[in-house]
Design a protein around this ligand. Structure first.
Ligand code: C2O
Ligand code: CU
Length: 475
């Protein structure tokens, strides 16, 4: 068919179907699976309490907590039309996925927020296997706290489940933390509570596992299970333990680690851990997921209940996850050196910080809702923290000069932990979100191989809103 006759054909077809105003791609776009952000309710508090009004993601029908699981094979595309049925603008970020910049959902840096009643088409490849999540990235301190978060699983490139020494089943556990009142409603009058923002953030009082308080999870005796643990809380750091289950860590933030036995795990906001457990053969042995709410008193947040026929225990040594094979190794011989200094918060404060181009004292900053800074700048969105040439290795030295831990997240990249002064991290681990304790210094490195403007912020979302926010540019 010649070019001119094809054009004639298209014009004719469009005219016939009455869609002359809409180019063909609009028709294709409407075929994207829907991810709707909407008002809903969920039974978050234990039975006997009322259901909680939430903001939640839905495929069709009611929104669910956590949001509907998105699952693809490594390398496949994730395609979703976000439809905003909320009373506020919103955007969806695919946390940890090395997406192309325009699909990152980091409003307002990579896209304008989607107004109520409108939609945005996300269509991108998910290159790396692992445990991820998606969440609102506009007014996250409110929208994520109201429920806009869900699991995103990218399956292994080579078979792992069911192979010798591997788990036979996997189970995703989305851990969240809610600030509820006596009627189980979300406390709504403190979104910009500066006191909380200057401390550990807006801490909740109800921890849920897959959207339920203290659920019972059916497990077969003797079964080896891969748990995909995701902390979607906006502020709570979760120390976790799985006593009697021989937990072995196999991945952090989606990236495999050589299997290692762990007594306890520390999951900061937005962090993930994949852990293999072996259920006891004796169905009478009670096993639970324990969480330390911050006072050293471990509490059960979920129980594993023996159900079904016992499985013969797997004696073979635990099989590591297949390597990603997709992440370039940092070139540490000649990196670009950058620093990230974290300052502010209660009990330390900060001096002479720039906010929107003006130097301010602590009081003036606080009257603008700012109590934190990166490199002397609060909420530095006007210009990048640094620029890196495409393909260059960036060595970033991060120092926390505040009295509070932070969970620092880089968009669009995963980074290797090189050295640390504290006890929280193991050098060699590859992550997208890293915890850094009070007065600690941590060195990381990554290849800036993803072009665009990428946010870098604390994932304690009230810290992010109160100044711990910036971006870097790769070009
Ligand atoms: Cu999990 Cu900037 O995001
Ligand atoms: Cu923080």
């Amino acid at each position: 068919m010649s070019l001119s006759s094809r054009r004639t054909f298209l014009t004719g077809a469009a005219a016939l179907s009455g869609t002359a105003l809409f180019p063909r791609f609009t028709l294709a776009d409407t075929a994207l699976p829907i991810l709707r952000a909407r008002l809903s309710t969920a039974q978050l508090a234990p039975i006997g309490y009322p259901a909680t009004p939430v903001w939640a993601y839905a495929t069709e029908g009611a929104g669910v907590i956590p949001g509907p699981e998105i699952r693809v094979m490594a390398g496949e595309r994730i395609r979703r039309q976000l439809v905003n049925d909320l009373p506020q603008p919103t955007a969806t970020h695919w946390h940890g996925i090395r997406v192309e910049n325009a699909m990152d959902g980091a409003a307002p840096l990579t896209q304008p927020p989607v107004p109520p009643g409108e939609s945005f088409d996300y269509d991108f490849a998910a290159p790396d296997p692992g445990t991820y999540w998606y969440h609102s990235h506009d007014r996250g301190f409110e929208q994520v706290a109201r429920g806009l978060a869900g699991p995103l699983i990218v399956e292994d490139r080579e078979p792992w489940l069911g192979e010798p020494g591997a788990a036979t089943r996997e189970l995703t556990l989305v851990l969240d933390d809610w600030l509820l009142d006596a009627d189980a409603a979300i406390v709504e009058d403190r979104w910009d509570d500066l006191h909380a923002a200057a401390h550990g953030g807006r801490m909740g009082n109800t921890v849920t596992v897959n959207g339920a308080a203290y659920p019972d999870l059916d497990m077969r005796p003797g079964e080896r299970v891969r748990l995909r643990l995701i902390n979607t809380a906006t502020a709570r750091i979760m120390p976790l333990a799985l006593p009697g289950l021989l937990p072995r860590l196999i991945a952090l933030d989606g990236h495999p680690v050589p299997p290692r036995e762990v007594d306890t795990m520390l999951l900061g906001p937005a962090q993930r851990a994949d852990v293999v457990i072996d259920m006891p053969l004796d169905p009478e042995v009670r096993t639970v997921l324990l969480l330390d709410p911050g006072n050293g008193e471990w509490v059960d947040v979920a129980a594993f209940v023996a159900a079904g026929e016992p499985l013969a225990p797997i004696e073979v040594e635990l099989r590591p996850l297949p390597a990603w094979g997709t992440l370039p190794a940092p070139n540490l011989a000649d990196p670009q050196h950058e620093v990230l200094l974290m300052e502010g918060g209660a009990m330390r404060g900060m001096l002479d910080i720039r906010y929107q181009g003006e130097v301010m004292d602590f009081r003036e900053l606080a009257s603008n809702g700012m109590v934190w800074a990166f490199n002397g700048v609060a909420h530095g969105m006007n210009e990048p923290m640094f620029r890196a040439a495409l393909g260059r290795t960036v060595h970033l030295e991060m120092t926390n000069r505040s009295m509070f831990p932070h969970a620092i997240h880089l968009h669009g990249h995963h980074f290797e932990i090189l050295a640390r002064s504290g006890a929280l991290n193991t050098p060699g681990d590859v992550r997208d979100t890293v915890m850094i304790g009070a007065d600690e210094t941590l060195e990381i490195a990554f290849v800036a191989d993803n072009p665009g403007r990428w946010m870098l912020h604390c994932h304690m979302l009230s810290h992010q809103a109160a100044g711990m926010m910036g971006w870097f540019e790769v070009a």
